[in-house]
Write a protein that binds this ligand. Sequence first.
Ligand code: C2O
Length: 534
Amino acid sequence: GRTRKYKFNVAVKKVTRLCYTKPIVTVNGRFPGPTLYAEEGDNVLVEVVNNVKYNVTIHWHGVRQIRTGWADGPAYITQCPIQPGHSYVYNFTITGQRGTLFWHAHILWLRATVHGAIVVLPKPNVPYPFPAPQKEEVIILGEWWKSDTEAVINEALKSGLAPNVSDAHIINGHPGPMSDCPTSKGFQLTVDSGKTYLLRIVNAALNEELFFKVAGHQLTVVEVDACYTKPFKTDTILITPGQTTNVLLTADQGAGSYLVTASPFMDSPIAVDNKTAMATVHYTNSVATADLTTTNPPPQNATPVASKFIDSLRSLNSEQYPARVPLTVDHSLLFTVGLGVNPCPTCVNGSRVVADMNNVSFTMPTTAILQAHYFNISGVFADDFPGKPPIAFNYTGGGPKNMQTMSGTRVYRLAFNSTVQLVLQDTGIIAPENHPIHLHGFNFFAVGRGLGNYNPNTSPSKFNLVDPVERNTIGVPSGGWTAIRFQADNPGVWFMHCHLEVHTTWGLKMAFVVDNGEGPNESLIPPPNDLPPC
Ligand code: C2O
């Protein structure tokens, strides 16, 4: 591999969307931020310079960071933040991965505007395991608030209530021709008739699972979270915050313009509403169709469409890209995932919404856990995160159950190379959406899912241990469960959290500590000299 050097200048820039102008935090003045290109095996050096008033960190979402946890980026988990006026060089090698990932700020709500794609190409002379596209395009889905996003979450934390939802969804930074700002121009992808395009789709939205569709065209899914899948055709993809999906789009309609939509899972079955982001696919040398805005409605039955999509995902599992599913389990864990309510005398209702895993609402420490782990600093975290729900849980339908929470900075410790089966059980329906749980430092295999209670006696017999999809972010179904397996082959401290930012803020997060192995290449590398101090 080569060395790729990037400089990310974190700076404020004024941007106009929805007919309103506001200052936002950007990288290199761009929104969405610049795409980071690399090839599998490359060493990447990104110098991040903080020129804003906030503390900043950047996370390379989905990059495994084998033995280089110092470069992972979640604030107070693997590093203390880069303070205003300071810089830090993220230094990592992309090993055994190729595909689409993304980078984003991993502190406060800065990732609303501080994000961009990571495109990892295969090694030279290694073809894709699907017909080569004529062209590739990055498509980043996001959310936009007219007001300042830090103010949105700060007000919510003060009141104890849920934060305001975004004012728009966006495709490559633009909402498209929305009703409340009709002059807004959307992103346009120009295609040549007969050619095939690889769309690298990233959901960088803070809080919303999205459906993505191109009117009149089928999409062939070939990769998710930088792992190849068995190709399948669909007219709708479901993508949660934290997920990436590569699809092939063949321009087989000859001429014209076609509406592209990104619409929220939650708002369905309302047809095209003012939160559906719009873009166009336009055929070169053809006449643009005047008004497309009603030609690509979101799916009418959101939940079945979502389930069908999720159930269609399989690892490619070819000779060259085998699915290495752990067949034995050293740690069998069950984590409940849910929301709770804690007392808050100063809040509007005298209480605040919190979120937890196994009834633990995670408290951020003030020293990074990775440093505390590496230098044996005591008092920063406890390694007693419960491996099963401390309060017996039985889901019987309806609203949230099991809402008691305790606070703590508690982690779960794993021996190097041990295998883990983790069942994530949702504790109740408050909305039809899933909890997209993201694990840092690993890919995992999604071996099973179901509605209602996970049953340790009967559920595992239905697990797919042959070609389950491999990824880094998985939706835990509302009122249901998901089972994942991974091998703890990466020493360090690895955050796991809901990628709905509001839930992470409320405490739906924990961390695994993976100890060093005995071998020469089985321990965490020493921290770099410029690692920011707390
Ligand atoms: Cu994409 Cu911990 O996040």
